[in-house]
Design a protein around this ligand. Structure first.
Ligand code: GDP
Ligand code: IMO
Ligand code: MG
Length: 422
């Protein structure tokens, strides 16, 4: 059985949590490999409804080993809160492992995130205020603290003090006392200690034993720090390459790349960021309400737009998708006509070839739409492709044709059972 990477194809919130929870039932390992508590992965299963920020969505399966990989930035306070809440619902954490190389988000990273956003004035990113940018900056700046540092109390204190002193240049020290933070963070560290290990070794052994491994991506390709809509992106990588870098699994061992695609497009962040297929408010608002398009982490309303297959083609190139998982098809029920963006025009009306496209110029492009018939109702139980209304089948076939990648999973409700393998 293969190693499968689950990657968000758009601006995040595609339904990765649901797809990972569905596939995890047949897995031996589930590995979160990027981002941090900026992620909000919703899972609805027999235990209830959960919004996971750091815990891998494989945790609901007792036999699955859930790994928080080295590519993740961990806020210990958020992680411990999440663990405690899940434990209360009967979820076992016997099989959780945390990479000793995962970086730790410190309280000043969160303050810095807020401060940096204010400094950007009219050019705010609209971050989740979870300290992501400053924590990953410290990682590449080689100032970061890692989960493995919790293993040595003296070293930890020294490193934390150095980090605190650096942060003092930016922050009012009276706001935050070092001794208080040290005590608090060290308590968190003690709690997490039993889970911390060299997770890459566990994964290398798993590969040699041909175990089933699912790599759970956070965010989405268009939020990738290199290939996304920079600077309005997150601070870690979200493409396939990060699945390897953030877990220690060699790229050649990843057999399948499944990109999760919402049947339309959403984006959350500051106002005015590029979004060519954004719907006018009179269409977007009812869809947002009906579909509950509000951020799982921050509760912010998500901007809604039509499906953009031009951007999906771009994401397919970067990630080398081998298959697509389409989610939230049911949310498009009731539209008389559906639009799909198949290409772009420049402001002067020139049709853009794929080679001429630049993600940095996204704001300059206007979408070219195809119109497809909508569907009035969505059957609650669909066991095979032919159970879907004819119009749904047409919509899906058009996506496959335009993106040139086969659809393997179709999701038509938040619950596990509302998933069909094509
Ligand atoms: P993620 O960050 O990619 O895991 O996605 P989020 O959890 O932030 O947002 C996806 C939302 O869509 C969640 O509320 C899911 O429960 C919900 N969802 C996922 N798949 C479907 C689907 O096929 N239909 C409906 N109606 N909701 C879905
Ligand atoms: P999941 O895994 C949607 C967005 C933020 C902001 C930008 C930078 O649930 O799909 P950051 O806090 O990372 O510095 O914010 O990225 N963003 C997400 N949007 N889903 C996510 O994760 C996101 N993680 C970050 O809204 O625009
Ligand atoms: Mg989300």
């Amino acid at each position: 059985m293969p190693t499968i990477a689950i990657i968000g194809a758009q601006w995040g919130d595609e339904g990765k949590g649901k797809i990972v929870d569905y596939l995890a039932q047949k897995m031996d390992f589930v590995v979160r490999f990027n981002g941090g508590p900026n992620a909000g992965h919703t899972v609805l299963n027999e235990y209830g409804k959960f919004q996971l920020h750091l815990v891998p969505a494989g945790i609901f399966n007792r036999k699955v080993i859930s790994i928080i990989g080295n590519g993740v930035a961990i806020d210990p306070e958020i992680l411990i809160k999440e663990i405690k809440e899940l434990k209360k619902k009967g979820i076992s954490f016997r099989n959780l492992k945390i990479s000793d190389k995962a970086h730790v988000i410190l309280p000043w990273h969160i303050l810095l995130d807020e401060w940096q956003e204010k400094e950007r004035r009219l050019k705010q990113i609209g971050t989740t205020r979870r300290g992501i940018g400053p924590a990953f900056s410290d990682k590449v700046g080689r100032f970061g603290l890692r989960a493995g540092d919790f293993l040595n109390e003296k070293d930890f204190k020294e490193k934390l003090f150095a980090s605190y002193n650096r942060a003092k240049n930016f922050l009012k020290p009276e706001k935050i006392s070092f001794d208080f933070i040290l005590k608090k963070i060290f308590c968190f560290g003690k709690y997490l200690l039993p889970y911390i290990t060299q997770t890459e070794f566990i994964l290398w052994e798993a590969i040699s034993k041909k175990k089933n491994i699912l790599l759970e991506g956070a965010q989405g390709t268009l939020l990738d720090v290199d290939f996304g809509t920079y600077p309005n992106v997150t601070s870690s990588s979200c493409t396939l390459a990060s699945a390897s870098q953030g877990s220690g699994i060699p790229t050649k061992e990843i057999d399948e790349v499944m990109d999760v695609v919402k049947a339309y497009t959403t984006r959350v962040g500051a106002e005015g960021q590029a979004f060519p297929t954004e719907m006018p408010a009179k269409i977007a608002s009812p869809l947002r309400e009906k579909a509950g398009e509000y951020g799982a982490t921050t509760g912010r309303p998500r901007r809604c737009g039509w499906l953009d297959t031009f951007l999906l083609k771009y994401a397919a190139k970067i990630n080398g998708f081998t298959s697509l998982a389409i989610t939230r098809l049911d949310c498009l029920t009731g539209f008389e006509k559906l639009k799909i963006c198949s290409g772009y025009k420049t402001k002067k009306g020139k049709t853009l070839s794929f080679e001429e496209f630049s993600i940095s110029k996204l704001k300059e492009y206007q979408p070219v739409y195809l119109e497809l018939p909508g569907w009035k109702e969505f059957p609650t139980a669909c066991r095979k492709f032919s159970d879907f209304p004819k119009e749904v089948q047409i919509y899906l076939r058009k996506i496959e044709e335009l993106v040139a990648v086969p659809i393997k999973l179709i999701s038509f409700g938040p619950e596990r059972e509302k998933t069909l393998q094509k």
